[in-house]
Ligand binder design. Structure first.
Ligand code: KIV
Ligand code: NA
Length: 264
């Protein structure tokens, strides 16, 4: 089977089929996720927290993401592979292109960056140069020090309107996928309906076009606390492969995330 493409994901949205995504950092888990039919694997800068033990994603470097992208790409043959551009690796368009090229050469099929209006020029430039881009709005962990903590975004009207306009601007700039993190269910639904491209939620309710989880949260093995929006799929299954299958099943059925995992 050929690798999942961005147009395949777009078709899934049109057909009302939910997209299942998970983070991956190594060859062994990537192989399991790939064989389970997970559409998207993300080498997230969350690796700074779940692999390296840092308090935030800020210490992660392009070299770190490159290393783990190489590992994931060695076994993932069907899933679309997205690599995160880490903190301060896309401050200017020129720097963005150089760092995105490193991750694409390591085996990524798409890069992801956080932010709205200020990344629009870089997004357009990347797409023109042949690099597909995934946006990331809502709770953007690289800005945790500006946001004042890991908290739900878009609860006030002005903030919600800004999130919607940033989403539309990113789509207009060429983003082909958008991650929405920690936003109220109704706002996530509104943005998903307003956009043609698929919207992937994490802590954004069940009305988005797909879901993503940090793999350590999905298996309940994170050292810190498990966020409210995550679920330990290993509890009911007792087996990694069955846990992955259950996650995919519940995303497709729309039963994960449930109300208890969502913000209102
Ligand atoms: O770094 C990461 O794992 C992410 C996901 C939570 C979307 O950006
Ligand atoms: Na990330």
């Amino acid at each position: 089977m050929a690798r999942i493409s961005v147009s395949h994901l777009a078709k899934m949205k049109t057909n009302n089929q939910k997209i299942t995504c998970i983070t991956a950092y190594d060859a062994s888990f990537a192989a399991i996720f790939d064989q389970a039919g997970i559409q998207v694997l993300l080498i997230g800068d969350s690796l700074g927290m779940v692999l390296q033990g840092h308090e935030s994603t800020l210490p992660v470097t392009v070299d770190d993401i490159k290393y783990h992208t190489t590992s994931v790409a060695s076994t993932a043959k069907q899933s679309l592979i997205i690599a995160d551009l880490p903190f301060m690796s896309y401050s200017t368009p020129a720097q963005t292109y150089d760092n995105a090229a490193i991750l694409m050469r390591a085996g990524a099929n798409m890069v992801k960056l956080e932010g709205g209006e200020w990344v629009a020029e870089s997004v357009k430039g990347l797409v023109e140069r042949g690099i597909p881009v995934c946006g990331h709005l809502g709770l953007t962990p690289q800005s945790v020090n500006v946001l004042g903590g890991y908290r739900v975004q878009g609860r006030e009207d002005a903030q919600a309107e800004k999130l919607l306009s940033d989403s539309l601007l990113l789509e207009a700039s060429g983003v082909q996928l958008l991650v929405l993190e920690c936003v109220p269910v109704q706002l996530a639904e509104r943005i998903s309906k307003a956009l043609t491209i698929p919207v992937i939620g994490i802590g954004a309710g069940a009305q988005t076009d797909g879901q993503i989880l940090v793999m350590h949260d999905a298996f309940g093995i994170s050292a810190g606390f498990c966020p409210k929006f995550s679920k330990n799929f290993l509890v009911e299954t007792g087996d990694i492969r069955r846990a992955v299958a259950l996650y995919k099943e519940q995303v497709e059925a729309g039963t994960f995330p449930a109300d208890e995992h969502s913000f209102y």
